[in-house]
Design a protein around this ligand. Structure first.
Ligand code: ATP
Length: 139
């Protein structure tokens, strides 16, 4: 089975949506392999968001992502990478389809970074890289 890294971002933890996000993942048939609640430091986030370094939203993104605890999960299942991204919906919570996590629960607060509740790896390469960053003990 395939593994993906899922984050419930600080807005999701602050809004008490951790259970709701995990419920949707489990209801879809995926399994939790590892789970942790922690506040990410800038070093971890620099690794996680290396591809966005230099973009205008990079600094606010790292600031936001380190503003409070996140839940990191390794989620497993057949085609779990694509499957979770489908559950999450489009990046912009205003236009994310209803039925998705971001479409049902996310909103645009008019701030510099999209506070869109969750992250999911976008490819097998990203998943392997991100799982190694967040859960080095699984390596
Ligand atoms: P994620 O990677 O978080 O699952 P994604 O793949 O839809 O979502 P990316 O393009 O990887 O989004 O961007 C990472 C994060 O940076 C987004 O989830 C969002 O929080 C923020 N972000 C991306 N693009 C923008 C933008 N144009 N303006 C503000 N914030 C953005």
């Amino acid at each position: 089975a395939q593994r993906t890294l899922v984050l419930v971002k600080p807005d999701g933890v602050r809004r008490n949506l951790v259970g709701e996000v995990l419920r949707r993942i489990e209801a879809k048939g995926y399994s939790l392999v590892a789970l942790q609640l922690r506040t990410a430091d800038r070093e971890l986030l620099a690794g996680h968001y290396a591809e966005h370094e230099g973009k205008p939203f990079y600094e606010p993104l790292v600031e936001f992502m380190s503003s409070g605890p996140v839940v990191a999960a390794v989620v497993e299942g057949h085609r779990a990478i694509e499957g979770f991204r489908s559950l999450a919906g489009a990046t912009d919570p205003t236009t994310a389809a209803p039925g998705t996590i971001r479409g049902d629960l996310g909103r645009d607060w008019g701030v510099a970074v999209q506070q869109n509740l969750v992250h999911g790896s976008d490819s097998p390469e990203s998943a392997a890289r991100e799982i190694a960053l967040w859960f080095p003990e699984l390596g």
